[in-house]
Design a protein around this ligand. Structure first.
Ligand code: KIV
Ligand code: ZN
Length: 517
């Protein structure tokens, strides 16, 4: 019987710390329910003390999720831990995750604390958290650059104080696989009470090694929890990608003495949901969830796969959920079929009104596109969730013209602050003309940072999904739009981003990076 490898998903906490990836409470709950369906063991839902919004989101996730443990991050102080405990009250199973930095540079420059003080604070934090729950996790931040002797001292002390999981973060993505695996093994050998805790790892991807480091920690070091995010979302170069860790362990069971309980068939839909909600596209050649991950272009490969799949494929596309691209609904499907399929996809509407709106949008789409796939339904709901932001600007009408040798132009009718306004503009292309027409009216003053178009399903009538990222000063927002016409999808995405910018006050700063704990 294989040992259990615990999957701790931090998409909603560390993943959300990517610029522009902030999610609303509803979006977090929707992702949490998909993570639960994926059967991840622990969902880190946020950092309860970071803001009232974070607190409410952790609480809402704790209320909604039943089968996974819900966790909140807390710095090593009583106030953070009390707030985390309060947000987790509704959870069926809750975990408090507390941390303090242990590397010389962090202790000296960020915390301005002595190593002795850090040990005292870590122990006090774990003891305080234990008043609320047995399920306490401790992380020595920047462990990858901490001195191993000091790590042993801190870890022995926090385990003695009641930490049941000790998590070793490579916060800046600095370690190499052979070193990280050896570090975990040596910590487990040297800490006298090591067997009283589950050993976990949390790797960042600055050198592109987050997954390799995590796997080395499991294989060589004996770690039995991996912290990761869907699509590897996370600050800078991101965190270890859940789908890659899980599929490496599952595919190479000949090498691993442990396995996860993840339902891998849910991976692609989780990936698409996170990408749609955050506006972070998935690169086509991304392992497991990229559009090309299972595509065979070259004749030799195609020939081989047709003769015997395993000549070039080490995993089956359907095992990670790629086979969901099948006809599910059409023009004549009724409300009941629509509700049934959205429920099967884990889509929950917050009210009857919202469900009706979604059904009307589905009908509109089915008029334009006769075959509706699961991916279309996901995009439709994602767009509707995005549109939930207060709409300062709304698209009423759009006309574009493009002629060889002439500059493309766009005429647009918008509702801005309740007033109908028309604008015309020219641009380098139709999309450029549309964006400048919208901007001439909306006057967001923002800079366009990212524009990406992807097709949701196959075929010439497929919907295009457009992501637009706008930056204004230090605020970054992502807008999303989908339509069978990509110029319309682009206009919707730009308007959505403008509305998000108007609705979102200055982006909150996570106190994790404040200079004191
Ligand atoms: O990267 C890191 O060190 C963290 C900790 C809070 C676990 O995210
Ligand atoms: Zn991290």
């Amino acid at each position: 019987m294989k040992e259990h490898l615990i999957i701790f998903d931090t998409t909603l906490r560390d993943g959300e710390q990517s610029p522009g990836a902030s999610m609303t409470q509803d979006e977090k709950v929707r992702i949490a329910l998909v993570l639960e369906r994926l059967k991840v063991d622990v969902i880190e839902a946020g950092f309860a003390i970071a803001s009232p919004g974070d607190f409410a989101a952790v609480k809402a996730v704790a209320e909604a999720v039943k089968d996974s443990t819900v966790c909140s991050l807390a710095r090593a102080n009583a106030e953070d831990i009390d707030r985390a405990a309060e947000s987790l009250k509704p959870a069926k199973s809750a975990r408090i995750h507390t941390f303090i930095a242990t590397s010389p540079i962090h202790m000296r420059e960020k915390l301005r604390m002595t190593p002795d003080d850090v040990v005292r604070k870590a122990v006090a934090a774990v003891q305080h958290a234990r008043q609320y729950t047995d399920n306490v996790e401790f992380s020595p931040e920047d462990a990858g650059r901490s001195e191993p002797d000091f790590l042993c001292r801190v870890l022995e002390a926090v385990i003695a104080a009641g930490a049941r999981t000790v998590n070793i973060p490579d916060t800046v993505g600095y370690t190499l696989p052979h070193m990280f695996g050896a570090l975990i093994r040596s910590l487990r050998e040297r800490v006298p009470n090591a067997d009283r805790a589950v050993w976990s790892v949390h790797c960042h991807n600055d050198l592109g090694l987050a997954v390799a480091n995590s796997l080395s920690a499991v294989l060589v070091g004996g770690a039995r929890q991996v912290e990761c995010t869907i699509n590897g979302l996370g600050e800078r170069a991101g965190n270890a990608a859940l789908e890659e860790v899980v599929m490496a362990v599952r595919t190479r069971q000949d090498q691993f003495s442990c396995d996860t309980r993840v339902d891998t068939t849910q991976i692609v839909s989780a990936s698409r949901l996170v990408s749609g909600v955050t506006g972070f596209p998935v690169q086509p050649n991304k392992a497991i969830v990229g559009a090309n991950a299972f595509a065979h272009e070259s004749g030799i490969h195609q020939d081989g796969v047709i003769k015997h799949r395993e000549t070039y494929e080490i995993m089956r596309a359907e095992d990670v959920g790629w086979s969901t691209n099948k006809l599910v609904l059409g023009k004549h499907s009724g409300r009941a079929a629509f509700r049934k399929r959205t429920q099967e996809l884990g889509i929950h509407f917050s009210s009857e009104i919202e469900a009706n709106q979604a059904f009307q949008r589905f009908k509109g789409l089915a008029d334009k596109k006769h075959e509706i796939y699961d991916e279309d339904l996901q995009a439709l709901v994602t767009e509707q969730t995005h549109a939930r932001v207060e709409e300062r600007v709304r698209l009423l009408d759009l006309e574009t013209a493009s002629k060889t040798g002439a500059r493309p132009s766009a005429s647009i009718t918008l509702l801005v602050d309740g007033k109908q306004v028309e604008a015309r503009s020219q641009g380098d292309g139709q999309v450029d003309a549309v964006f400048s027409a919208i901007e001439s009216v909306a006057q967001s003053g923002a800079e366009l940072e990212l524009f990406s178009v992807s097709n949701i399903t196959e075929g010439a009538d497929a919907q295009g999904e457009v992501l637009v990222r706008l930056r204004k000063d230090d605020r970054v927002v992502n807008g999303q739009g989908s339509d069978t016409d990509i110029v319309v999808a682009s206009a919707k995405a730009y308007i959505n981003a403008v509305n998000r910018l108007a609705a979102q006050p200055a982006e909150r700063k996570h106190p994790q990076f404040a200079d004191t704990v």
